[in-house]
Design a protein around this ligand. Structure first.
Ligand code: ADP
Length: 671
């Protein structure tokens, strides 16, 4: 069968075979692919989770290195060391508290002295002391505040040093409060704070601790703004350690906080700073109370402790007393052992926020569970592991951001492959339809061709037989009368014309097939051409007794190839003759329409069925008739080709039993 097909059809078959083959291969691989996809993706995810966990661990290490970098014995002298520690604290949000210890295990920073040691004060029998005692007697026993004030004032003159002066000033402040002398009380206490802040009394308590609550109390109602600088100054000194901290500090801070709440202060900046200072102080005190003993133990043990060094001689130590949410980074090799208390959660979250997932195919969520997740199944792809050797008990859990990652991926792939397969099936189906259509067309054309051959043989034979018969009779001298001789000769001439017309059609069709019919357009009178065409078939008109009605506008000119146009009109006329039955009447019209010329050939013959109208211009197409009418099926094909080469069009209207009308329209050119 393939050999009987045109090369195009063979190509179609090869194409379909190729599609079927590649489609099958594709389907096989896609099914394989989907089943491998899950496994491969899980592997990929596990690889990325491992990589992420190791990146996280490295990032933790880097952070610890950055925090602990640059501390050595050069800067271990306390002011420089303290500055560096404070600077790091302000840079890294996860540092809760920096600290420095003396080698004798007490804190240098925060300057927390706990319970002040009872100072063994050698009470000198000085003039100051005896006058001061008189002042106290007047104040506490005689309750004569005026008198006591006198004594205290004179004390100032006898003071032997800063301790005496501040003691007298503090007493004067106290008496002034009792005397309701707010103005003076403020002056004395402000002086105590600004000039004598570090000085402690006989019990080791700084005088600021007396002055500050008093100041807060007396200014509570009127003009609290006036003491703001003193409050700020005092807290700052406590914060930097110039005024030591102790168990009373928290109470003092609470007083300040209350005072801030009770008074609306205009100086926002200062009050914000005061709040910041109180918070920092609270932290320092709480830290000192919570971890003081533990840290001094640690320092005592020093290098004998077997903690792993994290970076730059700093070790990670988990507090025994605290929760595992905090840990120390401590360097006991410095002259003054120092370090930081770190908020572990904050450190982990800081690292988790950094871009550790660059270059990954999927996105992940990081969490830090306390215990291994018991929900871990093969499907939820949780990866839990120990975070870092420095924190043996700290777990890190890494899971895909999108819980349905694999399900979605497989679904998506399934869709893609599904759609591709459907498209492939459609393409294959279309291919089969196309090829079947192609085959049936080829078959039909082959039949038409074979019909054509038998038709043409018959068509050629008929006129040739007549020509031979008449010519032979003439040659043999059988016809004597001039009249009959002429008649015989005219038959020969007209049959030759018929032959010529037929051969011309075949030649024209063959040129059409090759795609190169030649046209020579010249401006011509169309009535003249039509008359020539009529003249060529006149013999048949007369022979068959046709009534021919000519309605030709003789003024019409158009750019045409006269021979081809004559051939086209000749074909239409010859058809009109062939397909006329009883009513032998033909109309030939030529008239103008705007910009166009119309040629009509109308007969009153057998007509054409409506469903065949669209096919009569096809090559080799013939309508089967009851009585055999000779023809090749090329006449109208050639007419259409010629008219279209003239940029025109041909149409037909017809009614069975009444006749047909062929209308040719071509462009007009001026007369
Ligand atoms: P043929 O050589 O068969 O005449 P054509 O291409 O000229 O080939 O015409 C195709 C078919 O159209 C004819 O077989 C005929 O059935 C139909 N046909 C053409 N002209 C007419 C007409 N004037 N009246 C009726 N049928 C016609």
């Amino acid at each position: 069968m393939i050999n009987s097909l045109k090369p195009a059809s063979r190509l179609t078959i090869i194409f379909i075979l190729a599609v079927i083959l590649s489609g099958s291969v594709l389907t096989y691989f896609s099914i394989n692919n989907i089943s491998n996809l899950k496994e491969l993706t899980e592997k990929r995810i596990l690889e990325e989770q491992r990589e992420l966990s190791s990146r996280f661990s490295t990032a933790i290490q880097n952070n610890i290195e950055k925090v602990t970098d640059g501390f050595n014995n050069e800067i271990s002298l306390s002011p420089a060391l303290k500055d560096s520690l404070l600077k790091r604290t302000s840079e890294y949000g996860f540092i809760i508290q920096p600290f420095i210890l003396k080698n004798n295990d007490q804190f240098l920073h925060p300057n927390f002295i706990g319970i002040p040691e009872n100072l063994t004060v050698v009470k000198l029998l000085s003039r100051f002391n005896s006058v001061f005692r008189k002042g106290e007697e007047a104040e506490f026993f005689e309750k004569d505040q005026g008198k006591s004030k006198e004594y205290y004032l004179s004390c100032l003159g006898y003071s032997t040093g800063r301790n005496d002066s501040v003691k007298a000033l503090n007493a004067l402040g106290r008496v002034s409060v009792k005397l309701n002398d707010v103005k003076n009380a403020m002056t004395y206490y402000n002086l105590v704070i600004s000039e004598y802040f570090p000085v402690t009394d006989d019990n080791g308590l700084p005088y600021s601790y007396y002055a500050l609550p008093q100041l807060l109390k007396i200014t509570n109602a009127n003009n609290p703004e006036t003491i703001l600088p003193s409050v700020e100054f005092c807290l700052e000194k406590m914060n930097t350690g110039s005024v030591p901290l102790n168990y009373n500090t928290e109470e003092l801070i609470n007083l300040v906080t209350e005072w801030l709440k009770d008074n609306t202060l205009n100086n926002r900046e200062r009050s914000a700073n005061i709040i910041k200072l109180t918070e920092s102080l609270k932290k320092q005190v709480q830290f000192s109370i919570k971890y003081g003993d533990e840290l001094s133990e640690l320092v005592k043990k020093g290098n004998s402790e077997s903690h792993v060094v994290a970076a730059n001689d700093f070790k990670v130590v988990n507090p025994v007393s605290g929760s595992n949410l905090e840990f120390f980074l401590i360097n006991t090799n410095l002259k003054n052992p120092a370090g930081f208390l770190i908020d572990r959660k904050k450190l982990l979250n800081t690292v988790a926020r950094t871009d550790l997932q660059h270059g990954f195919e999927f996105d992940y969520k990081i969490e830090f569970p306390a215990v291994y997740n018991s929900n871990t199944t093969e499907d939820n792809l949780f990866y839990t592991t120990q975070l870092n050797p420095l924190f043996p008990e700290q777990l890190i859990e890494i899971k895909p951001d999108d819980e349905n990652l694999i399900k979605d991926l497989i679904k998506r792939r399934g869709w893609i492959y599904g759609i591709a397969s459907v498209l492939l099936l459609v393409a294959m189906f279309l291919g089969v339809v196309l090829i079947l259509r192609d085959i049936s067309r080829e078959k039909h054309l082959a039949r038409l061709r074979s019909d054509f051959i038998s038709n043409i043989t018959h068509e050629l034979k008929t006129p040739l037989t007549s020509i031979r018969m008449y010519a032979e009779s003439l040659m043999m001298g059988r016809v004597k009368s001039d009249q009959v001789q002429k008649e015989y000769l005219s038959v020969v001439v007209n049959e030759t014309d018929r032959l010529k017309r037929m051969i011309n059609n075949i030649l024209e069709f063959s040129k059409m097939e090759k795609g190169k019919p030649e046209y020579h357009f010249i401006k011509s009178n169309l009535a003249f051409i039509l008359n020539e065409a009529i003249h060529e078939v006149n013999y048949w008109f007369e022979k068959e007794h046709f009534e021919v009605v000519n309605e030709l506008d003789e003024t019409i000119y158009a750019e045409v190839d006269p021979e081809k146009m004559k051939q086209a009109v000749g074909n239409l006329l010859s058809n009109a003759i062939k397909y006329s039955t009883n009513t032998k009447k033909i109309f030939i019209r030529l008239f103008k329409k705007p910009e166009r010329v119309c040629i009509e050939v109308e007969d009153q013959g057998m007509g054409i069925p409506e469903d065949k109208l669209s096919r009569i211009f096809d090559q080799f197409y013939r309508i089967e008739q009851k009585e055999s009418i000779s023809g090749t099926g090329l006449g109208l094909t050639v007419v259409k080709e010629i008219i279209e080469a003239h940029h025109g069009s041909i149409s037909v209207t017809s009614e069975i039993g009444k006749g047909s009308r062929f209308m040719v329209i071509i462009p007009l050119c001026g007369t």
